[in-house]
Design a protein around this ligand. Sequence first.
Ligand code: DAH
Length: 345
Amino acid sequence: MQPDIDRLREEALAAVAAAVDIGQLDHLQVAYLGRKGRLTVILRGLADVPAAERPSLGAMANQARAEIESALVRRRQELAMESDRRRQAAEGIDVTLPGVPRRVGRRHVLSAVRREIEEFFLHLGFSIAEGPEVELDHYNFELLNIPRGHPARETQDTFYLTDELLLRTHTSPTQIRVMQMLAPRLPVRVISPGRVYRRDSVDASHLPFFHQVEVLAVDRGITFADLKGTLEHFARSFFSQGTRVRLRPSYFPFTEPSAEVDVSCMCEGRGCSACGGKGWIELLGAGMVHPRVLEAGGYDPEEVSGYALGLGVERAAMLYHGINDIRLFGQNDVRFLDQFGEGGC
Ligand code: DAH
């Protein structure tokens, strides 16, 4: 019986080595090792062998089985690799070529600038509160001391949804919402970023919607000096250490006194297209919160005071990056967007 086992093993190993596809290997596996396979039959026949020979013959048969099994596994791997190689050759893939780099997204320049503004005020201890874009006339105008018929309504051409409901024209209504939520607690230190809408026709400096960040601080004893200090600190941190701030008297119904805030231009007045040779660029509107607005928010103007400011995000981004057309922000042209690294500023 021993020569039978040896012969069978040699035959099986030769057949496995000669197999040219996986189908043949499957077939050989069944033919030799399957339930009715030739080696299996021999193993069963061991029952008829004299007891003295059985252990050594059994060991040989098991050894043969193990060898055939591992030969099958090895040949399977070889055939798989060969077919990979053949397929790659056929498809012309050169695995040594460098890969195709994937383009990674980045934050939109407007988001980056907005975050930069937010970070500044968060460091000063302000929190963020957002208000609704669909707003009540009452909050957008009335409570901000802009009653019906007030000329200031005409400077902010409004998208009305109904008589009472509109798309907010500025983030200032959030001042009222925040105060009503917090009163009588002090201090109030909140910024409110968001989108605002105006019925403007589109040109290089107007879009029907843009973004603002509203800033509001209310406490006992807040003065105009606090506002000015905050503005100077902000301008230096956002633009550059050398930036100066100039306040021009102005008018907003919801602040008294009110100011238009300019920052010094990088040309230092030598003349450039950004400032038109004036040396100053208008950045934002600000002022001391009007007593009526404090009252509408639930605070007593005899006891507390506050400052507020409203900053245009597009405007800040245009000044910072020297962008001359506001429409570029919305066109999603990667040639434009790619110029601004992560972090934006
Ligand atoms: N809400 C004003 C606007 O859209 C900007 C503004 C001016 C906000 C003065 C303020 C402020 O908080 O004090 O155009």
